[in-house]
Write a protein that binds this ligand. Structure first.
Ligand SMILES: Nc1ncnc2c1ncn2[C@@H]1O[C@H](COP(=O)(O)OP(=O)(O)OP(=O)(O)O)[C@@H](O)[C@H]1O
Length: 479
């Protein structure tokens, strides 16, 4: 590939000499004597290299550099300086120059600098190309364009068409089910069923029948034959969430099923065969569970063929803002509210908080804000308890927090809302899990106890409701 250079050097003889050096490197050179000429050329075309004398008769090389760096970031600039102006050359590097050459220099010195500049340019182009080849802010139900999530999308693309078992790990609420669905949707089983089963939410004595089905009379209450998830997922995908919660007995049956593709229904004798793609997930550390003897090692290796680790929300940089905006828009519409944006202080809060409950917690927090407040802009003071303690820089410490209330210090414009919060804090600010529980139980009651229907309206899976009910019981016994 032939590279091009624009050489800006007012001395006729030096210009001719450098041109010769550069041509010997196979570079196509255009030589101009004035800064104005250089700027005119740059409007017409952009070279790979700009070789720029700092001292020019009309404009300073530094000023040209500043304009070029802002407008044409792909141009690599090398400054030429006289011996006494090395400090200026160092300034130039701070302003974006790649390197500088001190006059007088020979062809070897120029050659090393030029080759290094071209090598770096080539690498930057490769990185840009790679970044462009990655899917962007939205991908199969995921929102987020952080590099860590791009690499998750890339892995999903690679594994989707294969039948290899995928094992998804990640903290609660990081989107493991979204990931399993994305694999299913991207693969060639997309038009076949996707069946998800949460191993933690189903009582131990029922889970075998939930996976493999049962025959009439197999146990009390088995009034008729029933297909299990394995049969319903035939030709499609079976997603076993919270797999580490499965008891050891059933783990051996699952292992046999994975090895042979065959199973027997509970109470049955006939071998049945299905063709499924298996995806499992856990928010535990699976290898720790193996070491503790809670999870069979042979099953671990069968399931853990392709691991995908979902990063926690706090490790996804600005993804939290993309997600928050989308969620705010959706919930505002659902609740008939007018919220459209987050204030700068609220934005800082979103970025500063650690989100232990990840995307699900973000959804709950925004739901709470939208339901309890009015307006178009979400302010820092609208956040619930743990978040409001974050002293965001934009909020400029206008308030201080103790455990029970917010005490207002200055700022009249915030006084009203702060006082409102102050007044109501002991009455209406409740732990997030309790607010969530009331919302979910309320929805179930409105749906006459129909959990799948309530789950659909709440936009969560029924298994999430079962799992949450168990965790509430634990929390209530701790109270
Ligand atoms: N990157 C994302 N973009 C958009 N929505 C997301 C993303 N990640 C998660 N969600 C949403 O967050 C909620 C929780 O996601 P999901 O149930 O997949 O998490 P999980 O890791 O399986 O949680 P758990 O371990 O508690 O079962 C869902 O409503 C899901 O749609």
């Amino acid at each position: 590939m032939e590279y091009s250079a624009l050489l800006v050097e007012d001395s006729m003889s030096l210009g001719a000499l450098y041109t010769e050096y550069l041509r010997a490197e196979g570079i196509n050179v255009t030589h101009v004597h004035y800064g104005e000429d250089a700027l005119r050329e740059l409007v017409k075309w952009q070279p790979d290299l700009l070789i720029l004398d700092i001292k020019l008769p009309d404009i300073s090389g530094l000023d040209i550099l500043k304009q070029v760096y802002g407008k044409y970031p792909n141009i690599s600039t090398i400054m030429i300086t006289a011996h006494g102006s090395i400090d200026i050359a160092i300034d130039a590097m701070r302003s974006g120059a790649f390197d500088f050459l001190v006059k007088p220099f020979d062809s070897k010195r120029l050659s090393i600098t030029v080759r290094n500049a071209l090598k770096q340019k080539h690498l930057l182009e490769l990185v840009t190309q790679y970044e462009k080849s990655l899917p962007k802010g939205r991908y199969q139900g995921f929102i987020g364009d952080s590099l860590v999530m791009q690499s998750v999308y890339k892995t999903i693309d690679c594994v989707a068409k294969s039948k290899a078992s995928v094992f998804i790990t990640g903290e609660s609420g990081t989107g493991k089910e979204v990931c399993a669905q994305a694999i299913h949707q991207t693969g060639n089983r997309a038009d076949k069923p996707f069946i998800a089963l949460n191993c933690a939410s189903i009582p131990k004595e029922l889970i075998e029948s939930e996976i493999f089905g049962h025959c009439k009379g197999a146990f009390t209450g088995a009034h008729s034959n029933r297909d299990g998830a394995a049969t319903r997922a035939d030709n499609g995908t079976l997603f076993l969430d919270e797999i580490c919660e499965m008891d050891l007995d059933l783990q051996s049956k699952l292992l046999r099923f994975i090895q042979t593709g065959t199973f027997q229904r509970v109470g049955g004798t006939k071998e049945e065969h299905v063709d499924i793609r298996l995806i499992s997930a856990t928010n535990r550390k699976p290898w720790e569970e193996v070491k503790l003897g809670h999870f069979r090692e042979d099953l671990f290796y069968r399931l853990h063929v392709i691991p995908i680790e979902l990063p926690p929300l706090r490790a996804r940089g600005n993804d939290v803002l993309l997600l928050a905006k989308k969620i705010l828009k959706t919930y505002s519409k659902e609740e008939g509210k007018n919220f459209t944006e987050f204030s700068p202080a609220a934005t800082n809060t979103l970025l500063a908080y650690t989100w232990p409950g990840n995307v699900r917690q973000l959804q709950n927090v925004i739901r709470q804000i939208v339901v309890l407040n009015e307006g178009t802009t979400v302010e820092h003071l609208m956040f619930p308890h743990p978040l409001i303690q974050i002293q965001s820089s934009s909020a400029e410490k206008q308030y201080k927090c103790d455990n029970d209330s917010l005490i207002y210090e200055q700022n009249d414009t915030r006084r009203e809302s702060t006082l409102l919060l102050n007044e109501s804090s002991s009455h209406s600010i409740k732990p997030l899990w309790l607010v969530e529980k009331q919302t979910i139980e309320g929805a179930i009651a409105m749906c006459d106890g129909n959990i799948p229907k309530a789950a659909a309206l709440l936009d969560i899976s029924p298994s999430t409701i079962y799992r949450k009910r168990m965790s509430w019981e634990e929390l209530e016994t701790q109270q």
